[in-house]
Design a protein around this ligand. Structure first.
Ligand code: ADP
Ligand code: MG
Length: 248
């Protein structure tokens, strides 16, 4: 099987005055279709740098990056934007939604760059919002939504274009335990449908919902191992108290 992502000898070097810092120091890794990877490692170990490069939001200082067998490094800015638009959904810790804009309009945004007729856009946006459980919230702006709901909007935006891959950098970092599991439940369902997921997390319980755990240390890939005690979010949610039960 061909890797969706194949990176070889990836470096990201920052120069600050006379100092140099290798945020990524010779990282090689393959990601295969259908994988669900959790990337762990202490703060500053290079996780976000790695994710931003995978998501074509940043470029490495040197090294090779193949997406679906095609070299990414040699592509122009416009080609990269197209690759990202057509293949990759990115989810951030801080949601990154437009604040004065409805959930519907936030999710529609990536489609405005695609030349899709308005009627088709409506179908896609509604389908994405329904699939993350926000049918009744389409016209709400982010300030009217909880953190978990805002992250659902961000996931709907990430999947509206049917990406092959979701990259998520600490997607549950700002959320409580139950809401985090609800977000993971969505990722696991998307993964069951065939979308490859790579997610950064600090938390062991969240990492255990993945199929493979990769640990970064000092810009290097320190460890990669299959998750043999994988948690299924749907099962975990049955064990966690509902919000109202906690308040009472
Ligand atoms: P993580 O996401 O694992 O916390 P990062 O990838 O954000 O780590 O950062 C890795 C290292 O690279 C850190 O030491 C960080 O300070 C450094 N770094 C990240 N971005 C920059 C930048 N734009 N300029 C200089 N140093 C940076
Ligand atoms: Mg980070």
């Amino acid at each position: 099987m061909e890797a969706v992502i194949s990176v070889k000898n990836l470096f990201k070097i920052y120069k600050m005055g006379s100092q140099t810092l290798a945020a990524l120091n010779d990282v090689s890794m393959d990601v295969f279709p259908g994988e669900y990877i959790a990337i762990m490692g202490s703060s500053g170990s290079g996780k976000s740098t790695f994710m931003n490069i995978l998501g074509c939001l940043d470029v490495p200082t040197r090294g090779e990056y193949l997406f679906n067998g095609e070299s990414v490094i040699s592509k122009s800015k416009i080609q990269l934007a197209h690759l990202r638009r057509d293949n990759i959904g990115f989810v951030f810790q801080s949601f990154n939604l437009l604040s004065r804009t409805t959930a519907y309009d936030n999710v529609e945004l990536p489609l405005l760059y695609c030349n899709i007729p308005a009627s088709d856009r409506k179908i896609k946006v509604e389908k994405a919002l329904i699939s993350v459980g926000l049918k009744d919230r389409m016209n709400n702006t982010p300030s009217m939504l909880s953190g978990g709901q805002q992250q659902r909007v961000a996931i709907a935006r990430a999947i509206v274009n049917n990406p092959k891959m979701i990259l998520a950098d600490e997607p549950t970092g700002n959320l409580d335990t139950r809401t985090s599991m609800e977000i993971i439940q969505i990722f696991q369902l998307l993964n069951d449908e065939g979308i490859t997921v790579v997610m950064v997390t600090h938390e062991d319980d969240i990492a255990r919902t993945s199929k493979r755990k990769v640990v970064f240390r000092d810009g290097k890939m320190h460890k990669s191992e299959d998750t043999n005690d994988r948690l299924i979010a749907t099962e975990q949610l049955k064990l966690l108290p509902k919000l109202e039960e906690v308040i009472i």
